[in-house]
Design a protein around this ligand. Sequence first.
Ligand SMILES: [Zn+2]
Length: 157
Amino acid sequence: MQCDMCGKETSILYKTEVEGVIMHLCKQCSRYGRVISRIGQTQKEKKQDQAPKERIPLEIVEEIEIIVPNYGEIVKRAREKKGWKQEELAKRMAEKESLIHKIESNKQQPSIQVARKLERVLGIKLVERVVEKHNVIKEEKKKEDLTLGDIVEIKRR
Ligand SMILES: [Zn+2]
């Protein structure tokens, strides 16, 4: 690791606020600002603290529903397979023929609700579930303590 100010190679850096800017500085340079935390460990500390206690990975899973991009083609093919005209499909779905036309020509993406109806009537799959996973690493213990304090305060009210 290198000091942001003097460029000195060091195993321990100090996260330091210098005139409102966060810098990673060596011990000497850290005197020019306000030290927030220390980064890096001495050999002795490494042996004692091998388990990363302060890093708690949090997995946030988000599930979203999307319409497949080639929805128009899928609807058109399925409808033609059944031998229906756009008008007939519209009637079976209680929707306007113009909507079916727009969907089939990929001009208007159906809403999830309409897509579900198309799926049912035509026996196709238009809605895809996409799962997004984010990993959030909680690093600072101080922040956690704060959160805990906040919870206690809320409960007291
Ligand atoms: Zn330095």
